[in-house]
Write a protein that binds this ligand. Structure first.
Ligand code: SAH
Length: 345
């Protein structure tokens, strides 16, 4: 182990192994996990059913601290955006999104983003680094704490903050398992969504993980040329390869996939686009989440009118593709999809 690792970088199995190595009973791992992930402990001294000697040992070997909250912005719709200042002063954002039926945490997986999609603010400052497992789960803990202040237990996690989750695969998988564990944050796998730009080999790897998580694909193009223009990743993993990987994923996991499709006026929200999508998605059982483009000042795009967007949705639905329009949340505090960015604004 590196000196003073963060205890939240350890899986339950790793924590158990560590406790064995210091001659503590393995069941202490469950207790410690519950203190951190269920009872909101931000320090070892809070763990009152753990013997003092062991707490001292934990303090000596491991760290447990908050992500520093640099800013907290509350939108008029109740969406709350956190800006965290990490130990090396990289900044990341997380969002708490309350709705009538859910309380969702939108979590970042990287500081910055290397994928440079031509509508998303997160890529503008470039990529800085992967987040550790601890930095990922600690965002969830902060959002959960805030939600509980409003008597709203956290119900859902979406990895739709800055960065590309599947480009930080190992830390993501570890974090997902901690979030999902019944001794951990205890959120059902089906309530955890991983969203990807379409890193094809990692989609195939994810299918092997045996997790019942939701997979969302940021599609955004209606065919190969249009996706090429909007998402540079398409040059590496073209449209057809992505769709083929999705078909295989569904076959292997028996899970439905959600496709995210951004509606940009005169670019992706056109009759030609809808016709092309209908062709590509013939026979694929999936959900299509239509995301109205949220303005990012660096890009010249515009949001289509409500009428254009509903016509687009209705046309997809007519052809048997189940489509819904996502309501933007937290736009006034730049917390909506595509508005999270690396640098503090
Ligand atoms: N890198 C992953 C995780 C980020 S998810 C991914 O791309 O899937 C963020 C979601 O918001 C993605 O579906 C993204 O395409 C979408 N998005 C990005 N910029 C947007 C914008 N300006 N308006 C609306 N949605 C946007």
């Amino acid at each position: 182990m590196t000196p003073h690792p963060d205890i939240r970088d350890l899986s339950l199995e790793e924590l158990t192994a560590y406790l064995r190595s210091v001659d503590a009973e393995p069941f202490r791992a469950d207790q410690v996990f519950q203190w951190i992930y269920q009872k909101g402990a931000w320090g070892f001294d809070a763990m009152t059913n753990v013997p003092k000697g062991l707490r001292d040992r934990l303090k000596k070997d491991l760290v447990l601290k908050t992500n520093e909250i640099a800013q907290k912005l509350v939108s008029e719709d109740g969406t709350t955006k956190f800006l965290f200042d990490l130990h090396d002063h990289e900044k990341i954002e997380s969002v708490l999104i309350p709705t009538a039926t859910r309380t969702t945490a939108c979590i970042s997986t990287q500081a910055g983003c290397k994928f440079g999609c031509k509508f998303c603010a997160s890529g503008i400052g470039g990529w800085k680094r992967n987040l550790s497992c601890a930095e990922i789960v600690t965002q969830v803990l902060h959002v959960k704490e805030e939600a509980l202040k409003h008597k709203r237990p956290l119900t859902n996690i979406v990895f739709m903050g800055t960065g590309e989750p599947l480009d930080n695969f190992i830390n993501l998988m570890k974090a997902v398992r901690i979030i999902n564990a019944d001794k951990g944050i205890n959120i059902g796998a089906r309530h955890i969504t991983i969203s990807t730009v379409g890193v094809v080999p990692k989609i195939r790897e994810l299918a092997q993980e045996g997790l019942q998580v939701e997979l969302a694909i940021s599609l955004h193009g209606y065919d190969n040329p249009s996706r090429d223009v909007l998402m540079p990743v398409n040059k590496k993993y073209p449209f057809d390869e992505l769709i083929a990987a999705c078909r295989d994923y569904v076959r292997k996991t028996n899970r439905q996939i959600t496709f995210e499709y951004i509606l940009i006026k005169d670019v992706t929200c056109t009759p030609h686009a809808v016709a092309s999508l209908k062709k590509a998605f013939k026979g694929i059982i999936c959900k299509m989440n239509l995301i109205p483009y949220n303005p990012v000042s660096e890009f010249g795009h515009q949001t289509p009118t409500g009428k254009e967007m509903t016509a687009f949705r209705d046309s997809l639905e007519d052809s048997g593709v189940h489509a819904t329009i996502r309501t933007p949340r937290g736009k006034d505090v730049n917390a909506a999809c595509g508005q999270l960015r690396h640098a503090h604004q």
